[in-house]
Design a binder for this molecule. Structure first.
Ligand SMILES: [Mn+2]
Length: 450
């Protein structure tokens, strides 16, 4: 019977690992100290206003200010070479000593950004580009109102033509994170990100073992990890100690919980692996809904969430807080191996890779609804995979399938473990699939696996 299964495992939270987790800081990043922030946009895009509003004056290194320093005139183009020599020296010194550094210059050409990225790389500092995607008309209008200096309209046109058209360009140059601001209002409302950690872990080259939807199937998870050579010590403990094979990292594709037998234990294994650097994780739609419930938002308790919440209630308030912090800190999706591998629960079209926006998060976790429903009453989602033409491999889950199969450069690895299918991992870069069968049917799928 679906839903009748009850785990016999004790849910007593007394494991040493749990207290270690409880004492750990949630994995969040803001703009970390030592980050290089490069503003990118034509003159009049609002970069200086933005920088002054959101950063300390001493954190901002402006090309105009450097021109003024060397030539007594912020508009003296003849002083450009000298001004940038000063700018690069200041940026170099700041990054060397690990100080947040915001470069306020147009930076529309790759050759302007390259030496800045090289400095960040030299001192192993994270880099972030903030792209001002503002129309030439808006830039010209703002320039006309400037009191300090007027920039020729042809200059603005040229800068607009040179500016990168998509965040992909900046990510491929090596920026760890790209934020796009589309209007002055967006620039004004911008919050220095302190919430979910970056989607881009480009520095991580792999190899990776990307693992499909878990839905509380902790026994199958441990079996799969063992099959892939992960060392599992004390499997009887609530949190077994898991050591990946040398150099490998597990990546969870989301939907850790709901419908299955051991939701808290599954969460604890995932959380501990992430905490100890053995795994990365992105959330699925079920995890997002749980997070909302834990935050006290009204959610419909369906699709197995009742049981997960019962388990969490039994585990206590500390555990609920721990899970809430963990889920809050997860990035919407991951861009790995220098942009060659993307992991997103419901998949992700190319133009949203590496984008930290509410829209990208929505699409990554829930997919894009078509507004139609199938014969089983389930929402039909946009078939992004068949439309996908990107070079990056996109690994996803969300829609249970009988067998993981490649569709172009995409692969859905949710093989419906909780429905009695199997738990599947994709080994990257080997492109090898590893599966373990479900021990039983924990929840009957209303739709047969295809
Ligand atoms: Mn799922």
């Amino acid at each position: 019977m679906a839903g009748a299964y009850r785990s016999t495992r004790s849910q007593t939270i007394d494991n040493e690992g749990v207290s270690a987790l409880l004492n750990a800081q949630p994995a969040r990043t803001s703009i970390a100290p030592g980050t290089l922030v490069v503003l990118v946009g034509p003159s009049g895009a609002g970069k200086s206003t933005f920088a002054q509003k959101h950063f300390k004056p001493t954190e901002i290194v402006s090309s105009d200010a450097c021109r003024a320093m060397v030539a007594d005139d912020a508009a003296d183009q003849a002083a450009t070479t000298a001004a940038f020599a000063v700018l690069h020296t200041i940026v170099e010194r700041r990054l060397r000593s690990g100080r947040l550094t915001v470069v306020d210059a147009t930076n529309v050409q790759a050759k302007a950004r390259r030496p800045l990225l090289a400095l960040a790389a030299r001192y192993h500092r994270p880099s972030m580009a903030i792209l001002f995607d503002v129309s030439p008309e808006v830039c010209k209008e703002r320039n006309r109102k400037r009191q300090d200096r007027v920039v020729g309209e042809f200059v603005v046109d040229r800068q607009c033509a040179q500016a990168p058209v998509s965040p992909d360009v900046l990510l491929s140059e090596g920026f760890d994170r790209v934020i796009v601001l589309h209007s002055a209002e967006e620039a004004d409302a911008f919050d220095v990100p302190t919430g979910p950690s970056s989607t881009a872990r480009r520095d991580k080259p792999g190899p990776f073992d990307v693992i499909g939807d878990l839905h509380g199937c902790s026994d199958e998870l441990l079996s799969l990890l063992r099959v892939m050579g992960y060392q599992v010590e004390n499997p009887g403990d609530l949190i077994p100690r898991i050591t990946p094979p040398e150099g490998r990292t597990a990546v969870f594709v989301g939907d850790f919980i709901d419908r299955g037998p051991d939701n808290v234990r599954t969460l604890l294994i995932v959380m501990a692996m992430v905490r100890y650097g053995a795994a990365l994780a992105v959330p699925g739609n079920h995890d997002e809904k749980l997070l909302r419930a834990l935050q006290g938002a009204p959610v419909k308790i369906t699709s197995g969430l009742d049981r997960t919440l019962q388990e969490l209630d039994a585990a206590g308030e500390e555990m609920r807080a721990l899970v809430r912090d963990f889920l809050t800190g997860l990035p919407s999706h991951l861009v790995l191996d220098h942009g060659n591998l993307v992991v997103a629960h419901a998949g992700l079209p190319r133009e949203l890779h590496g984008i930290d926006s509410a829209q990208a998060r929505d699409v990554a976790l829930f997919g894009t609804p078509t507004g139609r429903r199938d014969a089983f009453g389930l929402k039909i989602l946009m078939d992004w995979a068949h439309a996908y033409t990107g070079d990056a491999i996109v690994v996803w889950g969300h829609l249970p399938v009988a067998e993981a199969m490649w569709v172009g450069n995409t692969i859905d690895i949710d093989t419906g473990c909780v429905h009695g299918g199997s738990l599947t991992a994709l080994r990257y870069p080997e492109r090898e699939l590893v599966s373990v069968p479900a021990a039983r049917v924990y929840s009957i799928s209303i739709k047969p696996l295809q």
